[in-house]
Design a protein around this ligand. Structure first.
Ligand SMILES: NC(=O)c1ccc[n+]([C@@H]2O[C@H](COP(=O)([O-])OP(=O)(O)OC[C@H]3O[C@@H](n4cnc5c(N)ncnc54)[C@H](OP(=O)(O)O)[C@@H]3O)[C@@H](O)[C@H]2O)c1
Length: 250
């Protein structure tokens, strides 16, 4: 297992062993396109990316909800033609997406919406994309994962035998949607990374959290949306995360 703090998603560290790093500093200003910049994670992405000095374009279906004045493209991803997204992504160093369903009733947007984003990126030659998935998705059947393991290797006893069953009952359609989204990325030939958080909270950015490449974190039941956004920006300077899922938890 590879667990670490926010500062490195590769080398093993004890959780919280490093000093919290609350601003993701890149060596250069990046041109970023943030989809669903009005959502819980999306708002955090927008705030942190602007604060870090990046050149940000936001994509939202309800631009009036945006918390920062940045160049904006209005698009409902349930209906938008991918070609209409091309101007939003053209020339971007990376695309970040907070798109996803908040309930079973809203499920069915992450996969088709991400398919449109992927098509626009392929058409414009943009390669890097980072999205939000969910911790239980590694055990969900999809076209990319027809025989998933019964348990995520990172999950402990409580999550394996109790919490994951409760979560599946409550959010099964959400996880199916997110698993289909991950399958689209795996087939895309893009440089993708999917972050798989457990229960999201609105606690402030800590900048100190555990991560694991390709699996969940033992005892990791919660993580702030702000820390998920922090990691999404952080992995832009971590090429070894390309083509991988990353577990994250406080
Ligand atoms: N809640 C949890 O504890 C939890 C745990 C693990 C994973 N996740 C997953 O993490 C992801 C992000 O969570 P969150 O709390 O940030 O979700 P959220 O606040 O519900 O944000 C979802 C975003 O997607 C946008 N969106 C939805 N349908 C759209 C459409 N048709 N066209 C364009 N944009 C659309 C929303 O736009 P509007 O602002 O206009 O609604 C919003 O910006 C979701 O996929 C969720 O399933 C959640």
């Amino acid at each position: 297992m590879s667990t670490s703090t926010a500062n490195n998603t590769q080398a093993p560290h004890k959780a919280g062993a490093a000093i919290a790093d609350k601003t993701v500093r890149h060596h250069q200003q990046l041109k970023l396109t943030i989809f669903a910049a009005t959502g819980g994670v999306g708002r955090q992405l927008l705030e942190q990316a602007v604060a870090a000095g990046h050149d940000v374009t936001a994509v939202a279906r309800n631009p009036g909800k945006l918390t920062r004045h940045v160049p904006t493209v209005t698009a409902d991803l349930a209906t938008t033609n991918p070609a209409a997204l091309e101007p939003a992504v053209a020339g971007a160093d990376a695309v970040l997406s907070g798109l996803g369903p908040h309930s079973n009733a809203a499920a069915g947007i992450a996969a088709p919406g991400t398919r449109s984003i992927v098509a626009a990126m392929q058409a414009t030659g943009v390669k890097r994309i980072v999205v939000v998935s969910a911790a239980p998705v590694g055990t969900v059947t999809s076209s990319a994962n027809p025989h998933p393991p019964k348990h995520d290797p990172g999950d402990g006893f409580l999550t394996r035998y109790l919490l994951s069953r409760i979560a599946q009952t409550a959010f099964g359609k959400v996880y199916d949607d997110l698993a289909a989204m991950e399958a689209i990325l795996r087939d895309s030939r893009l440089d993708w990374t999917a972050i798989r958080p457990p229960r999201l909270t609105d606690k402030p950015l800590s900048g100190s959290y555990r991560t694991a490449l390709g699996q969940n974190l033992r005892g990791g039941l919660f993580v702030p949306r702000a820390d998920v956004a922090h990691l999404m920006l952080k992995v832009l300077e971590q090429p070894h995360t390309i083509g991988h899922t990353i577990g994250i938890a406080t």
